[in-house]
Every structure is written in structure tokens, then in C-alpha cells.
Design a protein around this ligand. Sequence first.
Ligand SMILES: Cc1ncc(COP(=O)(O)O)c(C=O)c1O
Length: 387
Amino acid sequence: MSNLMSNYSPLDVTFTNGNGCWLTDSEGKKYLDALSGIGVVNLGHCHPAITQSIIEQSQALLHTSNVYRIGNQERLAERLCKLSNMDKAFFANSGAEANEAAIKIARLYARSKNIKNPIILTANKSFHGRTMATLSATGNSKVQAGFSPLMSEFIHVDFDDIEAIKKYNENKDIVALMVEPIQGEAGVIIPQSDYLNKVKSVCDENDWLFILDEVQSGMGRTGKLFAHQYNNITPDILCLAKGLGNGVPIGACLAKGKAAEMLIHGSHGSTFGGNPLVTRVALCVLDVFENDSILDNVNEMSQYFEVQLKSKLIDCKVVKEIRIKGLMIGIELDENSIDCSKLVQKALDDELLINITGNSIRMLPPLIISKEEVNILIKKIIKLINS
Ligand SMILES: Cc1ncc(COP(=O)(O)O)c(C=O)c1O
């Protein structure tokens, strides 16, 4: 009997070592990791530069609290703001906390505009986290089940439907809109290429804060450092986590202009947020992106993946759609022909880590994946689908 609460149902395997795209279990069996700890270990397991940064920082200093200046945190804020065209950063420990900070900023913005009951528009089928505010923002009743009363300030509209947003143009209580550039937990749902541009225009016209949740799509996952950079736009708030720390827990809420001025002394905080260790590792993650041309590999492997997958699965009746942006990959399967609930274990039996969301296989392989590894991965995926 385990002393762990029952909110997870882990598969019966324990990994003890990792190297690049590969994991080894306690029995010495090797697995290809096409999930990266759900989009976290983007630079691969035990990347030598990341390991070295952890060693060096842990020998120097782990934690002091935000009562004192933290050099690494200031340097990381500066670099992230430069890279994203944002003005200021707040560091949290997870994606949900980064989003939570964004929601608190939206509330303060509402106060500044004298809106008493502020509403934030979010999308159906979205995922923003598991805290009370972020699960209320999430457009998925399964995530919310059992936790009512939810926070009432969220109205959910269909994703990739600009008219559904415009219906709220006259509503003076709307203060912000929060979306993912690509919906990850929904099974890699990619909107029309100009959707974010249109959303940005509607937000600007109505003076709503435009909040982008790039917790999953950010940090190179889609082939640009941030997915919204495909649209040449800048949001008011940009939330990051997952790949930012390559496995150490760090989230960031970046803000621009008026949104960047909302948090004042004492209005928000976190004991661990942005401590010397995690910010040092995130700085190292950015170094690796630059030094190792990570985005070039993402784009090259993405193209290769797409051509190979589409050509090999073209006649496969079970596959309804293949969606791919960078190395964010969804393969939607016909639920009538295949029992998706068994696929994760079946893949594991074949030494492959994937994830299923809805009726889609979701893959978020490490961004350093090689052509040879893509070939192995595709072989295993085809075997899985055909089985
Ligand atoms: C888009 C998005 N936002 C927020 C979160 C929540 O992040 P965390 O689990 O780090 O709180 C996730 C996690 O999957 C996510 O994909």
C-alpha cells in the first residue's frame, strides 16, 4: 500500500537514469522518451550544461528569499524580457502559478479601471492549471469536477472563433482574455494562422489585457522561442514554465506596459519563486538554445517528422488527422476503431513514452532529438497504431 494520495495512477515503471531522449528503468530497460516529462525536459535528460549549472549553483548558493536581491533572477528577467519584447517579470514555481499571477494582475487592472466584477474570457477545451483560479479558467469540466464553487469571473468561448470573442465587445466587465497559442492538453489544437492577430486586435480595441499561456507552447517547442512570434505580436502578459527550467521548477509571468505596473510592493510573492538555483538553470537553458542552435533542430526535425508521418500513415484508416507545429505533435485517432485508453501502456511495453489526450496521441519529444531517433520513434508509433 502506498502512502501517496490517489490523484495520480502511475504506470508500473520507475525510471532511474536519463540521457538525451532516453530513459532507463530500474531493471535496466531503455525507453525512447517522446513526452519529455510533458514538455519539460526540452533539452533532453541530464543535459551536461544543465547538470553543470546545477552543480555549480548548488555549491555556491541555493536560496536566500526575495527579501534580498537575487542576481540570477535579475539577469533572467532581463534576458527573457529582451527575447519576448516584454518589460517586467515575476517568477513563480509552476505554470499554474505563472497564470495565477496573470489573473491577479488582471484583477488589479480591473480595479484601476473601476470594474467591480471583472470577467476574463478563456477558451473551451483550454488548460491553465490546477489551482482554484486556474482550474476555473480551464475550459474542461473534468478538471473542475468536485471543486465548485468555481471562481465566477471566467467566461469560456470556442477556441479559434474570433466571432465568439467579438460577441463580448459591449460587455464593460471584461478585463482580459487568456488563451494558449496552441491548445496542448486538448490534443495539440492549432488555430488558423491569423487567429492570434485577430484576438490581439479585439483586445486592443476593447482595452482588454491579452494574456498568452505559453506554458506548454513556449521555450522553443513550436520552432520559435515563443509560439506567438509566428504572428509578430506582443501580448500584455506572457506565462511560461515547463521547458524554462528543463526539470527544475520555475514559472514566469512576463508583462508589458500597463500590465507590468500592476504588482506593487507586497501585492504578490512566493518563497521559492525565482531563487538562485532555478534562475541559474533557466539562464543556462537560454545559453543552450543560443549555443546549440536548438530552434534550427526543432524546425528541421519537425519537417522531417511531418513528411515521414504523413507519408507512412496516409492509408491508415484509424488516423483522422495529424497536427504538428515544431515538435508539438498530435495524431488524432478514430475512437470507433481504436481504444485509446490502452495505448500508453502498449507504447510503454514497446519502450516508448507517449501521452493520450482525448482521442489523440500527443508527442512532445526533446527538442534535441536526432533524425535517427525520429526514425525509431516513427517506427514505434506506426507499430502502435497498427496494433
Ligand atoms: C498551457 C498550460 N498551462 C498551464 C499548465 C499548468 O502548469 P503546471 O502543471 O506547471 O502548474 C499546463 C500544464 O500542462 C499547460 O499545458
